[in-house]
Design a protein around this ligand. Structure first.
Ligand SMILES: Nc1ncnc2c1ncn2[C@@H]1O[C@H](COP(=O)(O)OP(=O)(O)OP(=O)(O)O)[C@@H](O)[C@H]1O
Ligand SMILES: [Mg+2]
Length: 589
């Protein structure tokens, strides 16, 4: 994913300072790295100077001894530089990796504790990129960009000062040419990069086509849309080729321009230097080191633009990343054991609850819901699709907070009870079951991590899942496939039920999607549920009314309002009642 570049602003810099808090524990190591950096950059500055001296000595026909001495010093400088470089990289990488691990952890830790409403308007891909690409950018910045920037500063400032000292005239001449050419090269390069970015985004588009098509391959095939997709992909790939070719032309021009400009500048400097040499204002060795310095400085100026754009990206990434930290988290806590006052007895009361989703404030989903659920009863929620049944249980789990009204557990306001304590005593079998890509065992164990083999098997039996699990050659170790796609709908559901059983909750919520089950699986699921409901408050959202005949209390929701409630026998009596209508339809079918 492309990270937007950011203008370097005060607020951006302030965010960078915040990042510093992550580096702080390692600041001495970091300082050491900078020391090594100074050492290696310094050594690289001395190098051309000594080379020039060596040439001069040779030119003046000096003794071999003296020549050897300078050569030895040169070797010493080289060795020092390589040692410094090694330690610079080692120290920076060491510090950066530790910093990044901290940063990755705190980003993930923060992210996972954010409330549901945060995830409503974010894409998973976007959030994922925060943790992967943004942090990789930071890694790049902390290990190399910053060091590179310092090194460049040292080389440009140090190099120019040394040149001035050698020959003021020639330096002025060089400065009049080389930076100008470098800046032209940089701008040209930038333009080319812009074009290649366009190509990149076209490539990304074409990848999206591949990704979506393959993900939905079943739909593609069943709608015989293979040829449609082929045409779509062909169009995109041709676009990519066009942009690439245009880019290639420019790149060719760029490379000739660079050759002409850079080598031209070199010729000019040597030409001017030769004149000075002839006039006796410069020694051969000085000219020699001068040319090397000039190339050095020119290259560095060119590299600076790249570093500058990397710094911009780095700030952009940091801003994006730190933005997550500005979002307040839910007060979740690790629950090892419940305090006596946190233990739920299973009574629930909705007191004038109204609710709309944060993303759609104009659409009221629940309106003035007041209802009492007695402990250890079975309550059924029924109503047409979109009535607000799933939303009702989301509020119960405090995935969202009601806009108006209160939910009371054992007559205590739910806002006064620790959110984790509350959730730890509820279990939900959701409407769209999500299984993690691992084994059946891992998926059941998710209800109560660290459960024993016997507990898992027991839960699976109670959920009527053991039967099919034991038929798999791998048993509990069977892989369920991505999101559980290698299991049938009914099997997935029973695993989700086993997960809930393992948790042994005080309040069990079942948002059932029995419509996906055949009557045999439905009977198994239902049978499992009956075993499960003893000794706890159960809330079942039922689409098949046969499930709920035995409910102690039935709440009929329509369009976010409670329209009827009572037992099956009571509700069936209501003339023109919604329940009677719904059940009439179902039993007729
Ligand atoms: N995350 C959400 N963000 C915004 N609106 C939502 C969200 N989830 C549900 N809604 C809307 O809230 C209303 C109630 O949805 P809900 O899922 O509670 O219905 P339901 O009674 O469970 O229906 P079904 O029987 O089809 O499962 C619907 O109009 C739906 O479009
Ligand atoms: Mg629903």
């Amino acid at each position: 994913m492309e990270v937007p570049k950011q203008k370097i602003t005060i607020s951006g810099l302030r965010k960078l300072i915040k990042l510093y808090s992550y580096i702080k524990p390692y600041k001495y190591e970091y300082a050491l790295g900078i020391l090594f950096l100074l050492g290696s950059s310094g050594a690289s500055l001395v190098f051309p100077k000594l080379l020039g001296q060596l040439v001069d000595l040779g030119n003046q026909g000096k003794l071999a001894q003296e020549i050897n001495r300078i050569a030895l010093i040169l070797v010493g400088v080289l060795v020092a530089q390589s040692v410094f470089s090694y330690f610079r990289i080692y120290v920076f990488v060491h510090v950066t990796e530790k910093t990044l691990a901290d940063l990755r952890q705190s980003t993930f830790n923060h992210l996972i504790r954010l409330p549901m409403k945060f995830f409503q308007h974010r894409r998973v891909g976007e959030l994922n990129s925060r943790i992967s690409s943004d942090i990789t950018l930071l890694q790049d910045a902390l290990t190399s960009t910053l060091a590179e920037f310092l090194r460049q500063l040292i080389i440009i400032i140090g190099g120019i000062s040394l040149l001035m000292y050698t020959s003021f005239k020639l330096t002025l001449f060089m400065l009049a040419i080389v930076p100008v050419i470098m800046i032209l090269v940089v701008f040209f390069g930038k333009y080319i990069r812009k074009l290649s970015k366009q190509a990149q985004s076209q490539v990304a588009d074409s990848n999206t086509i591949v990704e979506e098509t393959l993900q939905g391959i079943q739909s593609v095939k069943s709608f015989t849309n293979e040829f449609f997709e082929m045409a779509r992909y062909r169009g995109k790939t041709l676009e990519i080729a066009d942009t690439g070719i245009k880019n290639g032309k420019l790149r060719g021009a760029f490379s000739s321009f660079t050759i002409l400009g850079l080598f031209g500048a070199m010729v000019a400097v040597i030409w001017k230097g030769a004149a000075l040499l002839a006039a006796g204002e410069l020694a051969t060795g000085e000219l020699f080191s001068f040319v090397i310095y000039s190339m050095f400085i020119g290259g560095t100026i060119g590299g600076m633009a790249d570093v500058f754009s990397r710094v911009q990206k780095f700030i952009g990434a940091t801003e994006d990343l730190l933005e997550i930290f500005n979002e307040p988290v839910e007060p979740v806590e690790e629950i090892t054991s419940l305090l006596p006052e946190q233990v739920l007895r299973g009574s629930i009361r909705f007191d004038h609850i109204s609710f709309h989703y944060p993303t759609r404030p104009e659409m009221q989903v629940l309106t003035d819901i007041s209802v009492t659920i007695r402990p250890d009863t079975l309550v059924a929620l029924v109503g047409p699709s979109g009535a607000g049944k799933s939303t009702f249980v989301s509020l119960l789990l405090r995935l969202y907070d009601p806009v108006e009204g209160k939910i009371l557990f054992d007559e205590r306001d739910h806002l006064d009870i620790s959110i984790s304590a509350l959730r730890s005593q509820m279990a939900i079998v959701p409407q769209d079951i999500f299984l993690f890509g691992g084994t059946i065992r891992e998926n059941i164990d998710y209800g109560k991590t660290g459960a024993t083999e016997a507990m898992i098997e027991d839960a699976a039996r109670k959920a009527n899942a053991w039967e099919f699990i034991s038929l798999f050659p791998e048993g509990l170790n069977t892989l369920v496939g991505e999101r559980g796609t290698q299991l049938s709908g009914g099997q997935r559901q029973r695993i989700a039920i086993a997960r809930a059983v393992l948790k042994d909750p005080k309040i069990l919520i079942l948002d059932e999607a029995t419509s996906s089950l055949d009557s045999e699986s439905e009977r198994l699921v239902q049978d499992a549920l009956e075993k499960l409901m003893k000794g706890r408050t159960s809330i079942v959202i039922a689409h098949r009314l046969s499930t709920i005949r035995q409910a102690d209390h039935i709440i009929v929701l329509d369009n976010g309002k409670i329209v009827e409630q009572g037992t099956h026998e009571e509700l069936i009596q209501v003339a023109d009642g919604l329940y009677r209508n719904l059940s009439g339809l179902q039993f007729a079918g």
